[in-house]
Design a binder for this molecule. Structure first.
Ligand SMILES: Nc1ncnc2c1ncn2[C@@H]1O[C@H](COP(=O)(O)OP(=O)(O)OP(=O)(O)O)[C@@H](O)[C@H]1O
Ligand code: SF4
Ligand SMILES: [Mg+2]
Length: 356
């Protein structure tokens, strides 16, 4: 079995909540016990409602913030054990694409400077070769190299996001996290940028974590899906499986809200409870139509399985109705199974072609 590129174990991040006098009055349980393994070359989507902890999880994955408990291992090495200098060096291999291409590019840097900065920082290429490298990167993200001398404000949102992608790729990362990389863009531009990302993922053998609340995008792109609710993963599995046979009532409710999924599931009742004081037992029990006493008292765990849900009643829930075109030919599912089955080498996605 291929080794995971990134492993998260019992990862927690709690942000202190203070009153007007600065006294600690509790904590936001933003990430609260996440175990996840990400295999080289896979596209893993992290989905869930606003505030469930997706961005915090993404920042923890890259070592941009320190966990309060648990561990992140990148290629077997615990990020927490690295010196600040060693961590900076690892950043070359791990990059983040932000949601807002307006905020993520420094308005005082030309496009060339923005894309060249990581090349200089990580000494990826000799200085004399930087202009050629920048031109190549711009071309690769669909921008004319002649635009290199322009300023970010001269570009549209989609073009800026292309620049941000070129900048993220400049250091030759193995792992890229896209935190809602297209959700700030016009719908017509979203598909173009998603197609660009998909091409790059395939061509460069990238491992990609797609943080998104847009299940249509996720369905189009992801090999595997992890569904988050109030700081925890409640379901994880091959995208085709999760979309065609969602096991957790929360996943079912999320999918029921997507136009065209056409699944008769109970809609989500009420808002997500506050992460400052999450409900005991199953965190979803306040909104779950199937909740029983056990759900209010006992926290369901996420079993270690290819497709797993953290729900006490998952085996007795009525079956989910699959949408018509779930996974034609089961191609995606086969690729994912190859990751988890040491005897099946044939269908391993992208990773073998990694070009660094
Ligand atoms: N630096 C911080 N200080 C205090 N609370 C924070 C901080 N960052 C995030 N939070 C809180 O942690 C919780 C999770 O936030 P996070 O941004 O990770 O959610 P998200 O799933 O990415 O949401 P969205 O879909 O809106 O981007 C939220 O309640 C948020 O307010
Ligand atoms: S454990 Fe209980 S409350 Fe939680 S999702 Fe399952 S049935 Fe619903
Ligand atoms: Mg976020």
């Amino acid at each position: 079995m291929s080794t995971p590129i990134l492993e998260l174990s019992n990862l927690k991040k709690h942000f202190p909540v203070r009153d007007a006098l600065g006294r600690k009055r509790g904590a936001v349980h933003a990430v609260d016990g996440v175990d996840l393994s990400i295999r080289a070359g896979e596209v893993l989507a992290v989905v869930g409602e606003s505030g469930c902890g997706k961005s915090t999880l993404g920042r923890l994955m890259l070592g941009l913030i320190e966990p309060d408990a648990g561990e992140v291992r990148f290629r077997g090495e615990a990020l927490g054990s690295l010196s600040a200098r060693a961590l900076r060096a690892r950043r070359r291999d791990m990059q983040l694409i932000f949601q807002d291409p307006y905020a993520s590019l420094d308005p005082r840097m030309t496009v060339e400077q923005a894309v060249a900065e990581p090349l200089i920082l990580h000494r990826t290429v000799p200085r004399a070769d930087i202009p050629t490298r920048v031109a190549g990167l711009l071309e690769r993200v669909g921008l004319r190299p002649e635009l290199a001398g322009r300023w970010p404000h001269e570009f549209s949102g989609g073009q800026r996001q292309r620049v941000a992608i070129a900048r993220a790729l400049a250091s030759g990362p193995a792992l890229v996290i896209g935190d809602e990389p297209v959700s700030a863009l016009d719908v017509s531009v979203q598909a173009q940028v998603i197609n660009l990302l998909q091409g790059l993922i395939r061509e460069l053998g990238l491992t990609f974590v797609l943080i998104s609340h847009d299940l249509a995008v996720v369905r189009h792109v992801a090999d595997r899906v992890a569904v988050m609710y109030l700081g925890r993963i409640v379901e994880a599995g091959p995208a085709a499986e999760v979309f065609s046979n969602p096991r957790h009532p929360y996943t079912r409710a999320l999918l029921a809200a997507v136009p065209g999924q056409g699944r008769p599931a109970a809609p989500l009742a009420g808002d997500m409870p506050s992460p400052i004081d999450p409900p005991p037992g199953c965190r979803f029990h306040t909104r779950c139509p199937h909740a029983v006493d056990r759900c209010r008292a006992e926290t369901p765990l996420l079993p270690a399985a290819l497709h797993a849900a953290a729900c006490h009643l998952q085996d007795s829930l009525p079956p989910a109705i699959p949408p018509a075109e779930a996974d034609p030919g089961g191609a995606r599912l086969k690729r994912l199974q190859a990751f988890f089955n040491p005897d099946t080498q044939a269908a391993r996605p992208h990773a073998a072609g990694a070009s660094r």
